[in-house]
Ligand binder design. Structure first.
Ligand code: ADP
Ligand code: MG
Length: 264
């Protein structure tokens, strides 16, 4: 049976000064509905390219991407994206930024119902008290919360998160990771989390895949590592758990191996 989100042999190259440079060289991935899958890769390994392909913002050079059996050809509200650099509209308040997304998802609803829906997502990310503020008045962590709320408010069938917390300080990052875990547990939306943080992946994911160098250039996804840690997971207690230590060791070993292969 086909997976909910399925990638088969996905390839992408970009034109460079020496001809086409492969970035993704045959990526296979299967994500079940309701699953949270993390993808870890070094900087420049094609993580954002992969997100852009799944979002339909870029066409692949080859291979297939399908959501619920329907090939991805263009951007769609079915596939929401939260990018690394939040692009909030500076002249709108927190609530209005989220409302835009809620309006798109529920265009057939009354204005009052859409407003209530936007308030729901703002509450879910803990920003009710800041709902009337504009992006310039917010901290980086709050801005990233708005970006997550906006991604959720589109009510996509799959939410693609491209290093959503990587620009934040460690303490804020930990808080937002725990909040994302709570939101995912209550919402059970299918999520693909791109990260370069092994602990973040262990805390949040059902399964972790690593982008590794392919023999002929570019990167490909290695087999996933299942994270058999019970939920809710508490970040401060993870490092005492044997399963966490196993997964972490395995990922770090694979990353080191990929790094050595990349270095030749
Ligand atoms: N639009 C583009 N045109 C040309 N090269 C690109 C483009 N987008 C990304 N690249 C190149 O593809 C590689 C992977 O980029 P990216 O997907 O952003 O990696 P990551 O998100 O893992 O850091 C990089 O070498 C980058 O320079
Ligand atoms: Mg990136």
């Amino acid at each position: 049976m086909a997976a909910f989100l399925e990638l088969r042999g996905v390839r992408k190259a970009f034109a460079g000064s020496h001809g086409a440079t492969p970035v993704l060289a045959g990526v296979d991935l299967a994500v079940a509905e309701g699953e949270l899958v993390a993808i870890i890769g070094a900087s420049g390994s094609g993580k954002t390219t992969l997100v852009s392909l799944i979002a339909g913002l870029l066409p692949p050079d080859g291979g297939e991407i399908a959501l619920d059996g329907v090939p991805v050809r263009a951007p769609s509200l079915e596939r929401g994206v939260v990018f690394q650099n939040h692009s909030l509209l500076p002249w709108l308040t927190v609530l209005e930024n989220v409302q835009l997304a809620a309006d798109a998802a529920r265009s057939d609803w009354s204005a009052a119902a859409r407003h209530a829906r936007a308030e729901h997502w703002v509450r879910l990310v803990g920003l009710t008290d800041a709902a009337a503020k504009r992006p310039a008045q917010l901290s980086g962590g709050m801005r990233q919360r708005v970006a997550v709320a906006r991604g959720l408010a589109v009510e996509p069938r799959v939410l693609l998160l491209d290093e959503p917390f990587s620009a934040l300080d460690a303490l804020t990052r930990a808080t937002l990771q725990n909040e994302l875990a709570r939101i995912w547990a209550s919402d059970r939306r299918t999520m693909l989390l791109i990260t370069n943080d092994v602990d973040e992946a262990c805390l949040l994911a059902d399964r972790i895949h690593i982008l590794v160098p392919a023999p002929a250039g570019g990167h490909t996804l290695a087999d996933g590592i299942a994270v058999a840690l019970p939920r809710p997971r508490v970040s401060s207690e993870l490092n005492r758990q044997v399963e966490y230590q196993r997964v972490r060791r395995e990922i770090l070993a694979r990353l080191a191996e990929a790094h050595m292969r990349a270095a030749g």
